[in-house]
Design a protein around this ligand. Sequence first.
Ligand code: HEM
Length: 459
Amino acid sequence: MSSLPALPPGPRGLPLLGNTLQFQRDQMGFMRETQQRFPRIATVYVAGVPVVFCFRPEHVLYMLTEHPRNFTSLQSNGGLKAFLGDGLLTIEGDYHRQQRRLVQPAFHKRRIEGYADVMVQYTQEMLAGWQAGSEVNIAYEMQQLTLRIIVKTLFNVESRVQVTEIGEAFTNILDAPPPPPREMKLLQLFQRVRGERSAQQEQKVAESQRTLDSFIYDLIAQRRATGQDTGDVLSMLLEAQEGSDTMSDKQVHDHVLTFIAAGHETAQNTLSWTFYLLSQHPEVLAKLINELQTVLGGRAPTVADLANLPYLEWVINESWRVYPPAWRQGRRAIEAFDMDGYHFPAGTLFLLSQWVMHNLPEIWGDPEVFRPERWDPEHEQKIPHGAYFPFGAGPRICIGMPFAQMETRLLLATILQKYAPRLVPGFQVVLLPRVTLRPKYGMRMILEPTASRELPVSV
Ligand code: HEM
């Protein structure tokens, strides 16, 4: 028996409702405010359930890297489970470890590098359809592009019509608030009352889910029918053996859906937020364009060029700090444990937030400043382990990290040599914190040709 107190204190809530209203109204703001009042750790009560907000890098390390086996993901019971089924993000324990080993070869560096040409080629095709001076919704353009790339590279699908259709289906699903974890079923009622998940929206989500299901099941049926091994992730999943069995269609479906969802949504948000940040920081944009012009001189980037484009890497790292596409992670304790002077019973729910951690003044000094030079190894800030974790950490670290790091750099380098998108004057950028951090009304930008930009003289 531990002699430590159970559950840390936290902000006072309302009788019966606890902190539910504050949490539902503005999750990001509520987490930040709570951190300011309870700098290390705090318990809040949502829908009658205690949830422990953890604000220290040590907590990230404890749960994600040092004791990961004592925690399950909140996505795997409730959360994304209803949408993704049993894909890598939403399975646990031995099954997770075995499935991760199985698909890991598809994400090895050498294999990923083989996708670079498709990434650049599809970006060039998109650029060929763009017109100087015109207005686009960059968020939509980036969704289409990253979706085309993920379905081509991992599953060898090329149809643009299908990409448009499944893009719309993903938007409908991901714009809606995600279903709460199993303990918080009451929250669904709140979402209804607040009009966040009306019956009409539920129907739209269900239709979108059917669109995605039939796209993926057709794909599996076609590939099984031809029996062709195209060497892509789909072939790998279809041939994988578990004992003497191969995977069922449902298992393959859930993996495919997870890879498509996780593989484009976060990348498109990275690109949208980065274009936004660049349009707000002309001196950073100018420095980046200068680097691209010096190293590439107008030609298409290759994997080999990336090592010579350090500023590009810093810009993206800094964008992930300021607008982390995965802005929080939830965990549930399997067994009771002690941490940071408290005793947590089995079943306790925890939230870690990249959004909060990437903005702590005691770690970053001036977190409100967008400053890519933070990532310069020569003057790199001393960043404690666990304080920066856009891709998570430990055995469940994002399997697609090398893919995303290469893709976002190649796409930005290709686009920025032709256009420097500028935010439409007066357009309101609003954060929509869902499973990912999305721009609520998209990102309307004007395509300003890079060649006609006046660069500040200082670069
Ligand atoms: C900027 C881009 C991306 C970001 C910020 C990101 C972020 C994350 C984070 C934070 C996790 C850990 C979730 C947790 O532990 O609860 C994760 C897991 C995962 N990501 Fe990504 N991701 C990105 C791109 C991708 C791509 C391109 C793919 C696939 C091609 C992908 C597939 C996955 C999968 C399958 C998991 C589950 C891994 C496991 O549990 O073993 N992600 N991602």
